[in-house]
Design a protein around this ligand. Sequence first.
Ligand SMILES: [Zn+2]
Length: 315
Amino acid sequence: MIAIGVDVGGTSIKGAFVNEKGIILSKFSMKVNKQERAEVEVKKLSDIINDEIKLHGYKEVKGIGLGIPGILDMDKGIVITSPNLPLWDNFDIASFMNKETGLPVLINNDANVAALGEARFGSGKDYKNVIMITLGTGVGGGIIIDNHLYDGNLHQGGELGHMVIEVNGRSCGCGRKGCFEAYASATALVKETKRMMSEHPNSLLHEVAKELGEIDARNAFIAQKKGDLVADTLVNEYVMYLSEGLINFCNIFRPEAFILSGGVANEGENLLSRVREYLKLHTYGMKRSPKVDVVLASLGYDSGKIGAATLVLDN
Ligand SMILES: [Zn+2]
């Protein structure tokens, strides 16, 4: 059995043919023209899929799964609105692709789909209950309970980045204040790094920024390793907010593991060990009940494609 998993992005669409063991058999991709109508772009995608099936002689293709950013009607397979694809509003992508390819089509939120891929075939494969958190431009994620995606009423749940961790705190892109995303995203860490740099002209953060040629999520960690006290404060504060968010999830869901991905997670064990330590000290009942693992995602950019295919394989 083979499923097609497609990761729809604002600049490109990437897909893969995936077998039931979560192994990618072949990949395909196309550039997206944002100024073009959804029908035109999705027709191109459907044609690529039809060609790939012929080219590789795939038999028993079960269907197409799509991971799409934005607000979706997943039951009907409709894109209600996708911020990076302004001409895709109210587009019935499932019916359209079904007509073009003859295959059943399922859609879900891109973050949920990536979490499902990691949970089933990546770092989460040995656990039944995991929460994946992506620390990138924003904070996305997905909740997996008993090996299945949990996304709540009308599939609108799982917006992990918009849990408030500081009432009246930093402004968030969603319009509220104090959201987890405004503290734990790579964007938030970069903003704080810049703020600290302007307040502390002698901090090693300036030197590191020159070496890197830019200010990104790495600056704070590099300067901290060089012994800079300002960077140390920055890292400790970041770890505190990230961990407090994870503790909230932990106290509600008590997953077996958190899977971290995205820009900040590239810091790897240096970050993970600090978070594990914080969780051990502060999570409710942690001293007596089983521990929660904190691990890195392992599928990289393939998690979205494999997860989208998993939607179909599970169905
Ligand atoms: Zn928010």
